[in-house]
Design a protein around this ligand. Structure first.
Ligand code: 0WD
Ligand code: CA
Length: 380
């Protein structure tokens, strides 16, 4: 395999050049055949209730309700009176996924193994959202990221660390943006019912503690992955395909009035939507287009498998193959560098736009994220 994109970073001349400890994020480097990405398989799910308590079941599942063609949903309704917001100062890291793993260990064991304390048969465990950030990295020009990696019992756990810039942005978030974040959740309430035959209840409370998460396994070339992602709702038809193919992702976006707006929608928004849903195998996104006053003026369905066709005519547009190849090479880079198997060691991978990926190593630091209860449970 060619390592032509791994920069030689050492100034010391040697016979054999040292393996590079940085990774390029330049798009050209990743323009090659689409890598093998196995059809993601749902291996379980969990729910977080209105108080953010974990349940190893689908109690928070919601059901998609087809809206009228131009429904006039008022997304501002309830912002002051019926909104309970999750506390973003609580950093949950991978805790919910780890709880799910502990609760489902027996069914995760590799089929050949009868040994109760055998290691997990995955190379990587993470949130879907962290992988989405990796997929979009070659096209990201504004926001960098920090990903903490710990190797434990042969598995690499990846957990995001909030950057200083992201923390500042969150703390200085303008009131208008805070309200617009509510609009996305309000749209979900207009579009979902709690039961297969139910109707949405827009008079209810929007509580962003509540979540239904799918847990999927898949493989990207030689990387065996286990990750979890929040799912908005599913097709209520009992004849719908099994998960994740029955899931529906809901989004809101500003209405498109000019060619420039359409182009930006294709180049930036569809990239994020595609990456997020492609990863767990969610086949469609239902988008509510809203005006500046927060009224949904139209609703449109995007098939994930057709998005690459939709954007093909866009000049200098993003490519799915670049996203997937970068993610694949990043995971190979992590495997190569994060070699010490120790739950209190963190390899902190860091990236800022227009730069290569770099990393630093931290022992027993603020960055350690695998909880003691998990380490205990998994070393029994
Ligand atoms: O610790 C962290 N840095 C993060 C934790 C970052 C991102 C997510 N999370 C956790 C939360 O526990 C959350 O329940 O992940 C869960 C969602 O995981 P995901 O599906 O991997 O995240 P992502 O794909 O980024 O977002 C999916 C949805 C979002 O919907 P839209 O349509 O806006 O993409 O999850 C919600 C949001 O509704 N969401 C979050 N919920 C809680 N905490 C968070 C967050 N930090 N980010 C997005
Ligand atoms: Ca959503």
């Amino acid at each position: 395999p060619s390592n032509h994109h791994l920069h030689q970073s050492s100034a010391t001349p040697r016979q054999t050049p040292p393996r590079s400890q940085t990774l390029s994020t330049r798009r050209e480097v990743y323009e090659r055949d689409f890598p093998l990405y196995k059809q993601p398989v749902e291996v379980g799910c969990f729910s977080l209730d209105s108080q953010r308590r974990f349940f190893n079941d689908s109690r928070q599942m919601r059901y998609y309700v087809e809206p009228e063609r131009s429904p006039n949903f008022d997304l501002r309704d309830g912002y002051r009176e019926r909104y309970v917001k999750r506390d973003e100062n609580v950093k949950e890291k991978l805790d919910h996924i780890l709880r799910w793993i502990v609760a489902n260990r027996s069914k995760l064991k590799s089929k050949l193994s009868t040994n109760a304390s055998c290691p997990l048969d995955f190379d990587f465990v993470t949130w879907r959202g962290h992988l989405t950030k990796l997929l979009t990295t070659p096209y990201e020009t504004r926001e960098g990221w920090l990903l903490a990696v710990t190797k434990f019992n042969g598995t690499l756990y990846i957990s995001e660390v909030e950057t200083e810039a992201a923390c500042r942005e969150r703390e200085n978030c303008p009131e208008r943006n805070k309200e617009m974040m509510y609009w996305g959740y309000k749209f979900e309430q207009y579009m979902c019912a709690d039961d297969t035959n139910g109707e949405p209840d827009p008079s209810g409370v929007v509580n962003t503690n509540e979540a239904f998460c799918t847990v999927v396994q898949t493989r990207l070339t030689d990387h065996k992955l286990l990750f979890s992602g929040e799912v908005d709702c599913r097709d209520p038809d009992p004849g719908a395909p099994p998960p994740p193919a029955c899931y529906v992702e809901l989004k809101t976006s500003a209405e498109i009035c000019t060619p420039k707006q359409r182009s930006n929608f294709h180049r930036f928004k569809l990239l994020k939507w595609w990456a997020q849903s492609f990863l767990p195998g969610v086949p469609r996104v239902v988008a509510g287009f809203r005006d500046h006053e927060g009224t949904v003026v139209s609703v449109e369905t995007f098939q994930i498998s057709k998005i690459s066709q939709v954007i093909k005519n866009e000049y200098n547009c993003w490519k799915p193959t670049v996203c997937m190849n970068f993610c694949c090479d990043f995971l190979s880079f992590v495997k190569r560098e994060a070699t010490e198997d120790n739950p209190s060691v963190v390899y902190l991978f860091s990236w800022e736009p227009h730069n290569d990926v770099t990393y630093s190593v931290h022992r027993d630091s603020q960055y350690s994220f695998l909880p003691d209860w998990y380490i205990k449970e998994m070393t029994r």
